[in-house]
Design a protein around this ligand. Structure first.
Ligand code: PMV
Length: 362
């Protein structure tokens, strides 16, 4: 699909001002996106569980500019406080999307955003934050062009969100979203996320994700630096092929409900992601000693209990504990008795698989 289909061609002449609010969840990748080409095109396909409780809520208020200039004009507030350090990232986002939504320069904006999870929790807010902002921009386009269908709205919002932060394009829908072309999953694209179209076994309904906050600090290496280190990485080609293969294996796993295979794929993906970081040049380590302590405890617990608890990691030290809904009670007991001591200030967040973004009516 050529990117030109996403270019909006009408001017916003008739709209003076307005305001829109979207609430968008975070997501956790099972097969990881790590490495990208130009224009935020992923080097390999990925798939994620959409979350439910970890969300960003963003209100975009817009007003026609009396004298438009070449600069974007906006103010950003986080939890009610002016947040000028968010501006460069949003400015880059606006620059990247301008050719697809040329009306954005016709307005000035107030962006008010808040997260349901603490900002300094080490949980990346870029996926939920960028997808919420992309949806707000699309709501303006919908006002200019009311005939835009829901399908095209969501597809373009995901396309725009991707230009803000790659994984953000997987946060609009649920409960499983794929991004990146995969030969066995029809409709997949490098340009936007799509709902996983094949059969999903009951075992995965209501899947739980408890996030253990091991390190709430700012990460030493950003995702964008990490993605770029996959260029000329000695293991890159094998890794990209492995992601395709793991996604193929997951198709059978989702159908059969085979949790043993699910665990093997998901944990291998998490460790491979971090192995890529450790084997790039420059190399780096985002896991902390407590990350490894938790992983070893999970393996011992799984062995002794026969339950289906496993872990995944994103680009940081925090550990996502994934497990079926019907094992919740025993797993929470285990977390409270054996893992909470490894979390900063004993802090963890309980989440579960969710169904995507919501427009908040006034
Ligand atoms: O969306 P980005 O550029 O912050 O990259 C996210 C990368 C991982 O979280 C590590 C993996 C993924 O697929 O979400």
């Amino acid at each position: 699909m050529p990117t030109s289909v996403f270019i909006h061609r009408t001017s916003a002449l008739t709209i003076e001002n307005g305001s829109v609010t979207w609430e968008t969840p975070s997501n956790i990748a099972l097969v990881k996106y790590w490495g990208k080409k130009e224009d935020q095109i992923p080097a390999n396909p990925s798939i994620s569980f959409t979350l439910s409780n970890c969300k960003t809520i963003t209100t975009l208020s817009y007003k026609k500019r009396s004298n438009p200039s070449d600069e974007f004009q906006f103010e950003v507030y986080l939890e009610g406080k002016l947040q000028d350090d968010f501006k460069p990232k949003i400015n880059t986002f606006f620059k990247r999307i301008e050719q697809y939504v040329p009306f954005i320069k016709e307005f000035e904006y107030k962006i008010e955003t808040s997260n349901t999870f603490p900002h300094s929790s080490g949980i990346a807010s870029s996926a939920s934050g960028m997808s919420a902002l992309a949806l707000c921009v699309m709501s303006i386009e919908k006002e200019i062009n009311p005939s835009l269908t829901e399908v095209d709205f969501t597809k373009k919002a995901s396309f725009l969100a991707r230009l803000g932060s790659g994984s953000a394009c997987r946060s609009l829908e649920g409960d499983l979203v794929c991004w990146g072309t995969h030969k066995e999953i029809g409709g997949t694209s490098d340009l936007f996320g799509v709902k996983y179209p094949h059969e999903v076994h009951e075992n995965f309904k209501g899947y739980q994700d408890t996030i253990l906050l091991v390190d709430k600090g700012e990460k030493q290496v950003s995702s964008s630096v990490g993605h770029n280190l996959m260029h000329n990485h000695p293991y890159a080609e094998n890794r990209f092929q492995q992601a395709h293969d793991n996604l193929s294996k997951l198709i059978d796993v989702f159908k059969s409900g085979n949790l043993k295979s699910f665990i093997e794929i998901v944990e291998s993906e998490a460790l491979t992601l971090h192995a890529m970081m450790m084997t790039s040049l420059p190399y780096f380590i985002l896991m902390k000693p407590n990350t490894l302590e938790i992983i070893n405890k999970i393996w011992a617990f799984r062995e002794s209990s026969g339950l289906h608890l496993c872990f995944t990691l994103d680009a940081g030290a925090n550990v996502h504990l994934l497990y079926p809904d019907n094992e919740k009670e025993q797993v929470l007991d285990f977390i409270n008795s054996q893992l909470v001591g490894y979390c900063q200030n004993a802090h963890y967040i309980c989440d579960s698989i969710g169904f995507g973004a919501n427009l908040i009516e006034d």
